[in-house]
Design a protein around this ligand. Structure first.
Ligand SMILES: Nc1ncnc2c1ncn2[C@@H]1O[C@H](COP(=O)(O)OP(=O)(O)OP(=O)(O)O)[C@@H](O)[C@H]1O
Ligand SMILES: [Mg+2]
Length: 292
């Protein structure tokens, strides 16, 4: 049984880094994994491939209508299967058409049958509204969506926007596929509290956090994940723990209660309250972020 999992989040929050580490942790635990980078930059799987970019599906679709597993898939760290959709703008397609046709090409191909992955992980950037997310839902039986976020208002507003999209599933009586929020690059207990409170206000669930670590940057410069370059480090442990949680959450039944996105005014009010708390923290009225 192949579980299809989408990771989504605002641009730059660390999705590709995080997903590559989840892939590395899953292959290390003997699961078969296919990671699909859905970003025109085609940089999702770089740290699984020694820091090198891999051939993109868009470039191959320029020459062939049908793609084969051999040409489309690159095998990286411990045999993890990697695809980069790349930038189909070369083909004259709009961003929307290009992602849709790339997903269709994967659906029509024998890639999933040939690889028989336990998990397909899609790396989808929230930069271009929810077009790519909806295209994934149309083409694949997406079991779970995880939202990667940093502890800043813009990333959480983007998450709130995704909740509005997911609310449509509840209207259609389809189980809501939200897996949870994944806090990335966390540096303090204040940041944890901030995301936890957002989750509480939107009726969502927070997964294990990933701390901000220079080791991630260092290993990225070596062209590797932390799991490959520093397998015994604490940071590698955080990624492995998250991978376990993702496996658990994905194998359980779909969520019954949809997330409750905040209204624009509600979100503003919520932000204002946190600004007041930060003011208190900055001015020494509260000394520990954990207390707020
Ligand atoms: N936990 C972390 N600690 C420190 N640095 C991190 C962490 N996670 C990600 N980064 C760094 O943040 C930068 C951006 O990460 P990444 O490219 O994965 O973001 P992204 O969300 O995929 O961006 P985009 O939306 O542009 O595709 C990278 O240099 C990466 O090394
Ligand atoms: Mg990325």
């Amino acid at each position: 049984m192949t579980e299809q999992i989408v990771f989504y989040g605002k641009g730059g929050v660390g999705k590709s880094t995080l997903i590559s580490h989840i892939s590395a942790a899953l292959v290390e635990a003997s699961f078969k994994v296919l990671q699909i980078g859905c970003d025109p930059k085609a940089d999702s799987c770089t740290t699984l491939n020694g820091g090198f970019s891999i051939p993109t599906l868009s470039d191959q679709l320029l020459h062939n209508r049908v793609i084969s597993t051999e040409t489309a898939v690159t095998r990286g760290f411990k045999g993890v299967n990697c695809i980069e959709l790349g930038d189909a703008v070369n083909t004259g397609a709009s961003a929307r058409d290009s992602i849709e046709s790339a997903f269709q090409a994967i659906s029509r191909s024998t890639i999933i049958d040939d690889i028989r992955p336990d998990y397909v992980l899609y790396d989808i950037s929230g930069e271009s509204s929810s077009v790519s997310l909806l295209a994934a839902f149309r083409q694949f039986p997406v079991k779970r969506v995880f939202i990667v976020t940093t502890a800043d208002f813009i990333s959480l507003s983007a998450a709130n926007g995704i909740f509005e999209v997911l609310e449509q599933f509840a209207d259609c009586n389809i189980p809501v596929p939200l897996g949870g929020l994944i806090p990335n690059s966390i540096t303090s207990s204040f940041e944890e509290s901030f995301i936890a409170d957002f989750a509480q206000n939107t009726g969502t669930h927070v997964m294990g956090r990933i701390p901000r670590s220079l080791m991630v940057r260092q290993c990225e410069l070596y062209g590797k994940t932390v799991i490959e370059a520093s397998p015994l480090s604490n940071q590698a442990y955080f990624y492995r723990r998250l991978a376990n949680q993702i496996v658990d959450v994905t194998s359980t039944l779909a969520v019954k209660n949809p997330p409750r996105p905040m209204t624009r005014e509600g979100l503003r009010l919520w932000a204002h309250e946190w600004a007041d708390r930060l003011f208190a923290l900055e001015n020494g009225l509260v000394t520990d972020g954990a207390a707020i």
